[in-house]
Ligand binder design. Structure first.
Ligand SMILES: [Zn+2]
Length: 349
């Protein structure tokens, strides 16, 4: 078959149709890897991006899982090039004249093309694709980083935050800077890692001093954002964040719509402190960061805004309360007595 004919086969079969024919579900522009054995949990959080415009796919972990619709069929059916072409129905009828009549089966319907089209996925926005990629890179970083222990655990213990809380919040640490760097760079390439604020523009993992990782998970348990804290008291700034928007407050799984109290904290450390003391707490990365769009997430909760008793804390608390109340949520300021921080106050209970 001539190259031009092969190109015509590809052009005749949009990747979403081929995925439909193969019975592979697409979720948010992603599919699960065709080599799930290379992934933790069988690639429960899909790692393969789909580009509907180019008709291509690529796994962000496996170097050999990528390509066009023919490669897709070969991987999914574990077959050769010729079989993959046959599956796709050979050359389409619209080929230019002059193609030998006797070549591969012509104009056979692709199995499954009767299935409803997937217009939403086909027109999925570039932003959604970017967000999906950011989540994949974040998942790769967290996969490479072990749970907190050792010296980094001691840092939390000093703040009266103990192992059951580190574990329940799935905190991670950068314990092997060089190894984690190499692993990420080999699997993903520097350009994307830099774009999402995981590597710096000089091509290095950003979390060299900021080795304590606070992942933000959505209610399904998928990591959607990250803050990293330096345990070295000299480091400035104390915390680093991923590039891009903050989709949800920290520990948003407590925002379940059930009636109850909730404490809204400034920063992850304060949130962990309250959780350790048995209070239901969620956090914003900084006092100024409570978004108007988050108000409705707090439905049925009575919110105590426990930001720091300083100027940014007061301003931020007033804004958060206003935004919560605008969403019909009951919210009030909670302030430790002057000179006492939240940690001391709650421990004295
Ligand atoms: Zn893969």
């Amino acid at each position: 078959m001539a190259n031009a004919d092969i190109e015509a086969v590809k052009a005749a079969h949009p990747i979403l149709d081929v995925l439909g024919a193969l019975g592979i579900p697409v979720s948010h522009g992603r599919i699960r890897c065709l080599r799930p054995e290379n992934h933790s949990h069988g690639d429960r959080t899909p790692s393969v991006s789909i580009w509907t415009d180019r008709g291509q796919f690529k796994c962000w972990v496996c170097v050999d899982v990528k390509g066009d619709v023919i490669d897709l069929v070969r991987l999914a059916r574990n077959c050769g090039f010729r079989e993959a072409l046959e599956f796709l129905g050979g050359a389409p009828a619209s080929l230019p004249a002059g193609r030998p009549q006797s070549s591969a089966p012509v104009n056979r319907n692709l199995p499954g093309t009767e299935a409803p089209a997937l217009p939403n996925q086909a027109t999925e926005s570039a932003e959604a694709e970017e967000e999906a990629l950011r989540q994949t890179l974040l998942a790769a970083l967290l996969d490479a980083c072990p749970p907190v222990g050792g010296k980094i655990g001691q840092y939390l213990v000093k703040r009266r935050i103990f192992k059951r809380t580190w574990d329940s919040q799935r905190l991670r640490m950068v314990d092997d800077y060089a190894g984690i760097s190499r692993k990420l760079e080999a699997a993903h390439g520097l350009a994307d890692l830099e774009r999402f604020g995981i590597f710096n523009p000089a091509g290095h993992l950003r979390f060299y001093r900021h080795v304590l990782l606070f992942p933000y998970y959505d209610p399904t348990g998928r990591a959607v954002y990250l803050q990293a804290r330096a345990i070295d008291p000299e480091a400035k700034p104390k915390e680093l964040s991923l590039a891009g928007h903050i989709p949800l407050p920290y520990n948003s799984r407590l925002l379940d719509g059930e009636p109850g109290q909730i404490y809204l904290c400034e920063g992850v450390i304060d949130t962990l402190t309250l959780l350790e003391q048995g209070f239901p707490a969620v956090g914003v990365p900084g006092a100024a960061n409570f978004k108007a769009a988050w108000g409705p997430l707090f439905r049925n909760k009575s919110v105590h805004v426990a930001f720091d008793p300083d100027a940014p804390g007061e301003t931020g608390a007033a804004k958060a309360i206003e935004r919560l109340q605008a969403a019909g949520i009951e919210a009030r300021r909670l302030s430790p007595p002057a000179g006492m921080d939240l940690n001391d106050w709650f421990r004295r209970g």
